[in-house]
Structure formats: structure tokens, C-alpha cells
Design a binder for this molecule. Structure first.
Ligand code: 2AM
Ligand code: CA
Ligand code: CA
Ligand code: CA
Length: 260
């Protein structure tokens, strides 16, 4: 069953990517949602509908959770649920035409079975099937090795080390100081794909929704990475949460610093 779904999805996601690349030749309709930095475009909506149409036609018993609201209203993850972010990193999509991704996770009774993150501008498809390994454009991704903070590049949004409503900047400042380097890419999905493929070592963010992380969680866990909230607790794929993704070893080291 999962192999068959995967074969469909491999076609659908590349076709969706082509549509997004084609959309660069058209004029985007850009709107804001909850704040001036929270953007959505006609392409976000069209791509979510593109997936939902195909999923409903092919798998009428499956459920869909999508950022732009064309899916189902779900209160639990019973049965097979597709969790879709049609464009993760919409601000990058609008301003940079790169550093954004399609992100999809397929969960069964709450367990992540398939994960996809498609870096559309680079034509790089990260994907994983639970227990079958993770791949980048068909090449297997090796298991992640333990590392320490002084040799790590950690990814986090600069707003979290300034005054903000969610976390005391003094909690994160020592991490930033001790890390080898910091980055911020503006796409949670890509940041998780970068951890799975060794380009980053840890990613910390304070408020994400299930569709930001569903695909990445399957891929990262398949290579031995750890995905929790900021307190080291497992993530619940039905509500918003802080997210802390890391290589093994480093996860414990950073948690100890945060909890102190
Ligand atoms: P999005 O582009 O799909 O909205 C940006 O730092 C990252 O945070 C992106 O992965 C972005 O996903 C996500 N994000 C979640 N909620 C957001 C919000 N209210 N405004 C901007 N980005 C948000
Ligand atoms: Ca959004
Ligand atoms: Ca997102
Ligand atoms: Ca999105």
C-alpha cells in the first residue's frame, strides 16, 4: 500500500513543482493573513487544491489536513491522513523565488509513514518511507552521526534572540554563542530536510503547525534525527507547538542548556 501511494506521490509532487515554476512567469496575487509577515498567494491555494483533488480521486477514504483550509476539519489522526503544506516558506517564494518547498506527510493512525519535502527551485526531492530509509533524488541519505554544539550549525529565527512574547532571549543566547554557526532559511520544511541530509545540525522554532513539520518529521526520524518540542516532549500532529529538531547527542546537549 505505502509503495503504491509513494509512486503516485512522486509523480504528483514533481508535477506540482513544475506548476510552481511555471507560476513565476505569471503575476502572483499576494495577500497577508495573521500579520504583515504572514503571506499567502494564489499559488499556495492552487497547489493545495491540486493535491487534494488527486488524493480524493485516488484515495476517497483518506483524510487531508492542509494549511490553506481546503482539506478536512480533523480533531484526531485516525486512519490515513495527508498533512500538506503546499508552499512552505511563502515569503521566500514571493521575495526570492527559492528557499521554499512543498511539504507533505502521510500519517496512519498517528504514525508518520511517508514524508516528502520538495525544494522546487533546486529540483531536490527529499523523501522517506518509515522503515525503508530516506532519500534525496533517489540517493539514500546516511544515518546521522552524533555531534556536539561547538561543531554544530544551528538554525533559528533571529526574532527569538530579541525581546519577544514566547521565550526569554537569555535562554537561547548561550546556544547561539557556543554553536559553530547559526543560519535562518525561513522554511521549516527545508530546515528539517537540511538536518536529514547533514547540512544543518539542529533547528529550533517556537510556534509551528502540523503541516510545517509533518513531512520533515518522517524524513528526519528515518535517518536517526530527533524531533520533539522545546521541552523534549513528543510532538502532537494536531496542534501548534514549539519544535526542536536535532542530530542525536546534540539533542541532549541543547535540551540540558534550555532546561537549566
Ligand atoms: P509558511 O511559509 O508555510 O507560512 C518561516 O520562518 C517559517 O515559519 C515557514 O516555514 C513558515 O511557513 C512558518 N510559519 C508558520 N506560521 C507562520 C506565520 N504566522 N507567519 C510566517 N511564517 C509562519
Ligand atoms: Ca503560511
Ligand atoms: Ca509552513
Ligand atoms: Ca505554507
Amino acid at each position: 500500500m505505502w509503495n503504491e501511494i509513494d509512486q503516485h506521490m512522486q509523480h504528483w509532487i514533481r508535477e506540482a513543482g513544475e506548476r510552481i515554476r511555471d507560476a513565476f512567469q505569471t503575476k502572483l496575487k499576494i495577500e497577508t493573513k495573521s500579520s504583515p509577515s504572514d503571506l499567502v498567494t494564489n499559488v499556495d491555494r492552487e497547489i493545495e487544491q491540486f493535491f487534494i483533488e488527486r488524493i480524493r480521486r485516488t484515495y476517497p477514504t483518506h483524510h487531508v489536513l492542509g494549511e490553506e483550509g481546503f482539506g478536512d476539519q480533523l480533531e484526531a489522526l485516525d486512519g490515513t491522513v495527508w498533512i500538506i503544506d503546499p508552499i512552505d516558506g511563502t515569503m521566500n517564494f514571493v521575495h526570492q523565488q527559492r528557499h521554499f518547498a512543498i511539504s507533505v506527510g502521510v500519517f496512519h493512525d498517528g504514525v508518520g509513514m511517508l514524508g516528502y519535502i520538495y525544494d522546487v527551485a533546486f529540483d531536490e526531492l527529499y523523501y522517506a518511507q518509515k522503515g525503508k530509509g530516506a532519500f534525496l533524488n533517489g540517493t539514500p541519505l546516511p544515518p546521522l552521526e552524533k555531534t556536539s554544539l561547538d561543531r554544530a550549525i544551528i538554525s533559528l529565527n533571529a526574532t527569538w534572540v530579541t525581546e519577544n512574547r514566547r521565550i526569554d532571549p537569555h535562554v537561547l543566547a548561550p546556544l547561539v554563542k557556543k554553536a559553530r554557526g547559526t543560519r535562518s532559511y525561513g522554511s521549516a520544511a527545508l530546515e528539517m530536510a537540511y538536518i536529514a541530509s547533514g547540512k544543518l545540525d539542529a533547528y529550533i522554532t517556537l510556534r509551528l503547525s502540523p503541516w510545517d513539520i509533518a513531512g520533515g518529521m518522517v524524513i528526519v526520524e528515518e535517518v536517526g534525527g530527533v524531533v520533539t518540542n522545546l521541552y523534549g516532549e513528543p510532538l502532537n500532529m494536531i496542534e501548534k507547538s514549539s519544535v526542536f529538531v536535532s542530530k542525536p547527542g546534540l539533542h541532549e546537549e541543547i535540551l540540558a542548556m534550555i532546561k537549566r
